[in-house]
Design a binder for this molecule. Structure first.
Ligand SMILES: C[S@@+](CC[C@H](N)C(=O)[O-])C[C@H]1O[C@@H](n2cnc3c(N)ncnc32)[C@H](O)[C@@H]1O
Length: 376
């Protein structure tokens, strides 16, 4: 939504923007000299791979729909699943997936990658189908049009499950989908078409409960074809938190500054939810998703706008208030992507892929429990 600004505020923001542009140009001129300065001053960073140790392949296969930049795919791979294919409509996401896993069978673009036209019957016999059907129809940021939104892709996810008959399916979405206003939607488009053949569980998970240094909640639907597998299902339990659970002691939460390797300022906290760079009135290089979250970024002394393509460029382009400016690698880390997972595209496209993704350690936690339920 456009902000309601007075002329005075508009002039002030224009002035800030011009000053910022001039500083950025100076930074680009001097970049080669100042590059890497802050890099050397950083402490050790969080390695998200430690949150999801690679498990041996157990032989279970997966089909990935709406794969995006690969959050679910990566988590399932690290939990020992082998992907038969991934389908994603955006070419740039396909480039990311192929760039990281040249041996994967990635179908991307508006013809090859469109789930609405994909020939699913060829994957009959796959063990699991996973995917995050586009969530704009239900997100608080969107207009919450649900079934009337042309981006409602649940019927295509369901068609895939019915045609391939996997032992289990996993669908992820925004927590808004469990709001009472979407109860009939969930029943009509997810539960009713599948409940005759699958036992379905639904639950919410918070990324910071699984070591990701970000407050991010997602809803999951998990279904099992065999009653025996459904009976073995146990929802993933938090590994990180402040209060121990009956399942055992928890590790302390990972917080923003410590995870990014920044020096202590006497305050640290999990990062606010990162917004997707694909959403909003125009493509953006900022990850702020609300006014309240800006207050937290501010207290963290981290600058979440004008995200830079590299850490050295961010270090050379200090914001006026002296806060730490983030690069795409920092945002990826806060989402739980390890440093060796590279994203293709311009900054806003990378932020789009990051902000749309399931945090890989959360995907991993779900994938591990699925594998156990399937008896491996
Ligand atoms: C919520 S994101 C999925 C994120 C992904 N599961 C991850 O963890 O990184 C939804 C994705 O669906 C893709 N998409 C939208 N419509 C599609 C279609 N008709 N066919 C294939 N992919 C589609 C979007 O481009 C977007 O990348």
């Amino acid at each position: 939504m456009p902000y309601d600004l007075t002329d005075e505020q508009r002039d002030r923001y224009r002035e800030i923007s011009l000053r910022s542009k001039a500083r950025k140009q100076a930074m680009l001129r001097d970049h080669s000299e100042s590059a890497g300065v802050l890099e050397e001053e950083l402490n050790e960073r969080l390695d998200p791979n430690d949150l999801m140790p690679q498990l041996d392949r157990h032989g279970l296969t997966a089909l990935s729909l709406f794969s995006g930049g690969g959050g679910l795919d990566l988590g399932f791979e690290r939990a020992g699943f082998e992907h038969l294919a991934s389908y994603e409509i955006l070419d740039i996401c396909g480039e990311t997936l192929r760039g990281n896993r040249p041996n994967w069978d990635v179908h991307s673009g508006s013809i090859e990658g469109d789930v609405r036209a994909a020939p699913f019957s060829r994957y009959r016999g796959v063990d699991i189908v996973h995917g995050g059907p586009p969530c704009q129809p239900f997100s608080i940021a969107g207009k919450q049009a649900g079934a009337d939104d042309p981006r409602n892709m649940w019927p295509d996810f369901v068609r895939c499950v019915l045609q391939t008959r996997p032992r289990a399916f996993i669908a992820e979405n925004v927590p808004g989908l469990l709001d009472s206003k979407f109860e009939s939607f969930v029943d009509e488009f997810i539960i009713s078409p599948l409940k005759g053949q699958y036992t379905i569980f639904r639950f919410k998970l918070a990324a910071h409960d699984f070591g990701v240094p970000q407050a991010r909640r997602r809803v999951f639907f998990v279904g099992f074809r065999a009653a025996r597998d459904a009976a073995r299902w146990i929802q993933p339990q938090p590994t990180h938190g402040d209060v121990d659970t009956v399942f055992g002691p928890l590790l302390p939460r990972n917080t923003t500054r410590t995870s990014l390797g920044l020096p202590s300022i006497g305050f640290d906290e999990v990062a606010p939810t990162l917004r997707s760079g694909f959403t909003g009135p125009r493509n953006t290089t900022g990850v702020v998703n609300s006014k309240a979250s800006m207050t937290v970024w501010d207290k963290l002394n981290v600058w979440p706008n004008g995200v830079q393509p590299t850490r050295s460029m961010a270090a050379a382009y200090t914001p006026e208030n002296g806060h730490f400016r983030m690069s795409v690698d920092d945002c990826a880390l806060l989402q739980g992507f390890p440093g060796d997972w590279r994203f293709s595209g311009a900054v806003y496209q990378v932020l789009g892929q990051i902000g749309n993704s399931v945090c890989p350690p959360v995907a991993y936690a779900v994938a591990r429990q699925i594998a156990i339920a399937l008896g491996v």
